[in-house]
Design a protein around this ligand. Structure first.
Ligand code: ARG
Length: 266
């Protein structure tokens, strides 16, 4: 009898402790859908160096971050009924910012690799691009195959899938930097021979810099799909974001945002 009662007491205590821990966990989640709605603001993490995805542009005399990722982020905020705040940082720091709760979601042309997916939630893919190589104008012919990169220095963004891609090319010396404009300078100053980025980005930089061109190198099976990254376990927020993405895809708005952003690139 005593043992039975003791057992009951312990089970009860166990249940109480578990429920307190669980509710503490949900309350502590400052980046949950509920917390975002309560605070009336969602914080986006991005790396504003990747036209037409996200880039700096002077609008009405003011430096702003524009691009199709930003338009998508605005729609996500709109559907949630909250304000959008943008935090610009190096691409390599985005996942840590998400993990520490410094930002609520990330749109930065980020490819949902299995490795990254271990530490974050990803939305569905909203856009796909292939990889391209930027070289100095006039060097397109001498650097037109992957083999011709052998023995050359190649610039990539730190922490990007392009860094991994470069590692897989025989004989390549890698220069990994945090921000794209610094890589562009390295290329212009003969410090590297080529840069690897997603094709729309290569087009944007090549169109604005007559001294840069796109090589005909292509990487089979190296598509860079873009997805929204959300803190691991924030499933409600991930679900809501997917709903917005589905709406934008159905309304063909993503295509429109991409072409609008491409037109904004000077
Ligand atoms: N898609 C590549 C990746 O996920 C590069 C993205 C770089 N984005 C940026 N905003 N600089 O690694």
């Amino acid at each position: 009898m005593l043992i039975k009662n003791l057992f009951k007491l312990f089970s009860l205590l166990f249940i109480i402790i578990i429920s307190i821990t669980l509710s503490a966990c949900t309350q502590n989640n400052a980046n949950s859908l509920e917390s975002i709605k309560a605070r009336g603001k969602i914080v986006l993490g991005t790396s504003g160096d990747y036209p037409p995805y996200e880039f700096h542009k002077e609008i009405d005399g003011q430096d702003s971050i524009v691009g199709f990722d930003i338009e998508i982020a605005k729609e996500i905020a709109k559907d949630l009924g909250v304000e959008l705040e943008i935090k610009d940082m190096a691409f390599g720091g985005l996942l840590a910012a998400l993990d520490s709760g410094n930002v609520d979601f990330v749109l930065a042309g980020m490819t949902p690799t299995p490795d990254r997916a271990k530490n974050v939630n990803f939305s569905n893919i909203y856009y796909t691009a292939i990889q391209a190589v930027i070289v100095r104008s006039g060097e397109e012919n001498s650097i037109s195959t992957i083999e011709q990169l052998n023995g050359k220095k190649v610039g990539v963004q730190k922490g990007s899938i392009q860094e991994e891609l470069a590692k897989s090319i025989t004989g390549v010396e890698i220069k990994a930097l945090g921000k794209l404009p610094d890589l562009i300078l390295e290329l212009k100053n003969n410090k590297v021979a080529a840069l690897i980025v997603e094709l729309p980005v290569a087009n944007a930089y090549a169109e604005n810099n007559t001294d840069l061109a796109i090589s005909s190198i292509d990487f089979p099976e190296s598509d860079g799909g873009s997805a929204v990254a959300i803190k691991k376990g924030n499933n409600d927020l991930t679900e809501t974001i997917n709903q917005t993405l589905n709406r934008l895809i159905e309304q063909k708005l993503i295509d429109k945002f991409v072409s609008d952003a491409t037109n904004l690139v000077e």
